[in-house]
Write a protein that binds this ligand. Structure first.
Ligand code: NAD
Length: 309
């Protein structure tokens, strides 16, 4: 396949690197000059459980420099940059281009369908981890997978093609008709751990070590899942609570991305996580006091990290 990835940071580069190694024509599109230039001159340094290697042959460019219409356009920016990124690559969306989002949070399909009809949008969730450790260098260790489906719920031919391409590249992908369950369950997990760690400045282990913060994490999960259930999504609360407990007990030193963003003075994905949940809660008549509180507190932390006038 001819694959373009807009937002080629940690996840975009990791997926792009593996897909290029599997023989696909991959273009990484980003606005990070140092990262693009490192890939252009030395290739992408990829460090996974399979070892460290340099992936050559990846095309890396700024949005306006990309010209070839891809079969698949993956959007892998942070959610707050999706609309700007799509605006920058709208000239690449041809009549046969499908657009896939595996970004976290809710609201990704709504943003993409501003640029491409819903029949050509794929949506999913990934549990692969990745870190951009420096320009042109991405690390991903541990196991993950990808679950995806068409945004309109129909079984398009391209789903099987993408699943095969991803799996052949080692990304362990599968079609999942219940993908919205997986998406909401991940939103609940992220609403709890990203927000509590982000607001308190704690690692996941520190949250798990204190009884009160542990209870709070599970209360946030329950609140988000109640909105999902009111929305008709058949989420499995026991499984999400168990995943949260596992993270609290085993991912002790992990600093969730929202905490990393706040520490670095960057805007976070809070709108796609808590913002979307509280808006849906309001429209469905489900109270979301914890989500609203964390939304406001993370917004306040974002604002406080900006220089005062
Ligand atoms: P990242 O910040 O490492 O990468 C995002 C990239 O988008 C950056 O390189 C940035 O320069 C680029 N970008 C921003 N605006 C752009 C624009 N207008 N045009 C082109 N490129 C632009 O983020 P990430 O960690 O790769 O996360 C991407 C998405 O995947 C997020 O939604 C995140 O929540 C999700 N996710 C991340 C992980 C992980 O382990 N990193 C795991 C699962 C899901």
């Amino acid at each position: 396949m001819n694959i373009s990835i807009v937002g080629a940071g940690a996840m975009g580069s990791f997926f792009g690197g593996l897909l290029a190694e599997a023989g696909h024509a991959v273009t990484l599109i980003d606005v990070n000059e140092a990262h693009l230039s490192a890939i252009q001159t030395q290739g992408l340094l990829l460090d996974t459980d399979a070892g460290q290697r340099r992936v050559q042959g990846l095309r890396a460019c700024r949005p306006h420099e990309a010209a070839e219409l891809p079969d698949l356009l993956m959007v892998f920016t942070k959610t707050l940059h999706t609309t700007q990124a799509l605006l920058g690559v709208r000239h690449l969306i041809g009549d046969r281009t499908h657009v896939l989002s595996l970004q976290n949070g809710l609201g990704n399909v709504e943003k993409i369908t501003e640029y491409v009809p819903i029949e050509r949008v794929l949506v999913g969730v990934t549990t692969w981890p990745a870190d951009l450790v420096g320009p042109g260098e991405v690390h991903s260790h541990g196991q993950g997978g990808v679950r995806l489906m068409s945004a309109d719920g129909r079984d398009h031919v391209l789903i099987a093609t993408v699943v095969t391409a991803f799996s052949d590249a080692g990304l362990l992908a599968r079609k999942d008709e219940a993908v919205w369950c997986a998406i909401w369950e991940k939103v609940a997990f992220n609403a709890a751990l990203n927000c509590i760690c982000g607001v308190s400045g704690s690692t996941v282990g520190q949250v798990g070590d204190l009884a009160e913060s542990r209870v709070l994490a599970h209360a946030v999960v329950s609140e988000v899942l109640a909105v999902a259930q009111a929305h008709g999504i058949a989420v499995k609360p026991d499984a999400v609570h168990a995943t949260v407990d596992h993270a609290l007990d085993h991912h002790k030193n992990h600093k969730p991305s929202m905490l990393q963003d706040l520490l670095a003075g960057r805007a976070t994905e809070i709108d796609a996580i808590c913002g979307s949940v509280l808006r849906q809660g309001r429209s469905l008549g489900v109270a979301t006091p914890l989500t609203e509180a964390f939304h406001a507190l993370v917004r306040l932390k974002e604002a406080s990290s900006r220089p005062a006038v």
